[in-house]
Design a protein around this ligand. Structure first.
Ligand SMILES: [Zn+2]
Ligand SMILES: [Zn+2]
Ligand SMILES: [Zn+2]
Length: 295
């Protein structure tokens, strides 16, 4: 079987150097590492191809600069355009996406070394984002800085309107992305068990980077213990019996004070204390929305 490969041709600013790659070369990949920041003045947007598949013309104008022990960077000696990075010992060449100008029918498909990027720009988005893609992107390449990270959260509720008697507050850190998937699979089963326990109120759970969290409200500690005796006990045995998760903390809190619960009257705009679950506005007697759950 033979397949016909198309090609992509680019050039440096002055045109003395041109490069041709197969059009199925990988990329665009954005490298945000400290070396690329210095050398490109920004991140390095690149296409990656096998060295044997990359054709240069005007090669006599290319200067190769040893940027690290393992890599060298090529630039045009006449116009200074950054052309490529290549490992000193290796079969791949990373060619600047900018050489192909606007004709390149590509989008960024991957970010590398995102943690080394400066604060003044955000990582390029990888494709258009649906809510599901946003979740997986937040999981794969945490969005944020060293001190603040975005992620996702979800709330699962049983429609229980009783006030919480205890709240469990936990976090767990996965060692890597595959452990995070394993934790999420356990959480999914746990939430199903929780929903089946009559004393369960609600859980808000999610992930930022590799760190997962839960805030779970229960009518009382017995309800919590009944629910945790199910699948959660299996997960705990894996956690303590195997090399699974990097760190973990759990806690159970009882309220110092459960404050009043307020709902806006849709008719007169008054904020009504509906802790007793009354359904008529005390100011205008209009019907109030149902009292929300405490958690
Ligand atoms: Zn040039
Ligand atoms: Zn880099
Ligand atoms: Zn009212």
């Amino acid at each position: 079987m033979s397949t016909t490969r198309g090609s992509l041709t680019g050039s440096c600013h002055c045109g003395r150097v041109t490069v041709t790659l197969p059009d199925d070369s990988a990329g665009v990949i954005a490298c945000h590492c400290a070396d690329c920041q210095k050398l490109h003045g920004n991140y390095f947007a690149l296409l990656a191809a096998d060295r044997a598949d990359v054709r240069w013309t005007g090669e006599e104008h290319i200067r190769w600069y040893r940027s690290s022990e393992a890599n060298e960077r090529g630039f045009c000696a006449h116009c200074g355009s950054r052309l490529a990075k290549r490992p000193v010992e290796g079969a791949r060449v990373m060619v600047s996406a900018g050489l192909f100008e606007r004709a390149l029918p590509r989008r960024v498909v991957k970010n590398l070394w995102g943690a080394q990027k400066p604060d003044w720009y955000d990582l390029p988005r990888v494709g258009p984002m649906s809510p599901e893609e946003f979740v997986s992107l937040a999981l794969a390449e945490p969005i944020g800085t060293a001190s603040a990270q975005y992620g996702y959260a979800l709330r699962a509720t049983a429609g229980n309107h009783r006030a919480p008697g205890v709240i469990a507050l936990t976090w767990i850190t996965a060692a890597d992305a595959s452990e995070r998937e394993r934790i999420r699979a356990h959480s999914k089963q746990n939430v199903q068990d929780f929903a089946a326990e009559p004393g369960f109120i609600s859980i808000v759970t999610g992930f930022t980077g590799l760190r997962g969290f839960t805030v779970t409200a229960w009518e009382d500690e017995d309800a919590m213990k009944r629910a945790l005796a199910k699948h959660h006990a299996v997960a705990m045995r894996e956690l303590f019996g195997e090399r699974f998760v990097a760190s973990v903390w759990t806690s159970v809190w009882t309220p110092t004070r459960v404050n009043r619960l307020w709902v806006r009257c849709p008719a007169c705009g008054a904020l009504e204390d509906v802790s007793d679950d009354h359904r008529a506005c005390a100011k205008c007697h209009a019907e109030l929305p149902p009292r929300p759950a405490y958690w």
